[in-house]
Design a protein around this ligand. Sequence first.
Ligand code: NAP
Length: 461
Amino acid sequence: MSWQVCNPATGEVIVDVPCMGQKETNDAISSAYESFYSWSKLTATKRSKYLRKWYDLLIAHKEDLGQLITLEQGKPLKESLGEVSYGAGFIEFSAEEAKRIYGDIIPATLPDRRLFVLKQPVGVVGAITPWNFPLAMITRKVGPALACGCTVVIKPSELTPLTALAAAELSLQAGIPPGVVNVVMGNAADIGDALLASTQVRKITFTGSTAVGKKLMAGAAGTVKRVSLELGGNAPCIVFDDADLDVAVKGALAAKFRNSGQTCVCANRVLVQEGIYEKFANAFSKAVQNLQVGDGFIEGVAQGPLINEAAVQKVESFIKDAISKGAKVLLGGKRHSLGMTFYEPTVIGDVKSDMLLSREEVFGPVAPLLLFKTEEEAIRLANDTNAGLAAYIFTNSIQRSWRVSEALEYGLVGINEGIISTEVAPFGGVKQSGLGREGSKYGMDEYLEMKYVCLGNMNSN
Ligand code: NAP
């Protein structure tokens, strides 16, 4: 059995790939399990060197990987190249951090004892990733997992498996032994069930929708696996009266329209204070109008297609709901004349908190503007959601930026910045946006078990 991977900009079939299921997943788990012993026993320096070599190869193939991402995912080539640098950064950071996985010595409570804490790899990790960052969502998991001594079975999205396969091939070229990095693709539910059922898989790390994340969390209970979840967001982007207008427009544009609005940290609601609302709405709409839509391979294109027809239909239904409840289309609001899954960059005014655009992730190039009067109201509106991943604030007041950052129930806050993700800082959500953190020194803990060792009878000979 096979299925076709298609270019979302043209609909053309790129290639047929094999459709795997439970049997292939169990084979991959066995291979990861068998490799675990030797991989985890390598010195940290040795693992670090392998990861560094993998990083070098990812960077050496940046152009090819970037083209592959644009081909199967549709984002503009410039963004794809940016994703390769960002994604490879997690491998480089993990190579460095591998050498700094320290334990502890605890002052003993009895004179003839010594107490230690060892950090050891969790074991085989099942990593399930989405289509919107076909490389970075994989390296953000696999880099730290390998650095800690774990082996992995990766399940990329059926929509974007090619980048995953290319990255895995480069891991082999880097000398990482076969069996350490495994990729299975095909029937998501079958693969997911096999990973969940296996007692050899000790951890599931997932990036994707909140609905699937909840299923995996429940499924992991059967074998009491560790779980890390990076789920959906509903990011508020709050523009206060005292913001620098140019900085706010530029920041909101970047936070909203990257990857045509298809990222978990995309501004989903732009909350604008009444004193700057008109000015901001005009300047922002003008900036959005300048975004060139088209095939991501064309120079100058800033907005590629949406991933598929279902994504366009979701955007359409959200806009219909907003208009029926009194919102106004300030710009765009319909499919693009290019056809396929291209959608016009859109700004909607007079959005209210009961509209779908405010309640759920639109995951498309639509910026809903909501008016607020006071700081307290902005915080209340921003926190009025089950999601809690990224939030953005635009203000020139240091006091306000601290006050509001502390009050926001979110895992990441950007102040006067629209793009804040980096491999050196912890990324993750609160509430129903997830569990755990990726990137930075904190991301390593997700792949480590703590073992307490007590050495007793120290006074005997
Ligand atoms: P999705 O539908 O949840 O899919 C994510 C992954 O889960 C894909 O590989 C998918 O496979 C797989 N999957 C689906 N059903 C499964 C099941 N029953 N068992 C095991 N695996 C299953 O999400 P998506 O549409 O690809 O991605 C968009 C979502 O991801 C958005 O909500 C976005 O906010 C979120 N996201 C979050 C972060 C973060 O860091 N918090 C980052 C990026 C994206 P198939 O694709 O093959 O069906």
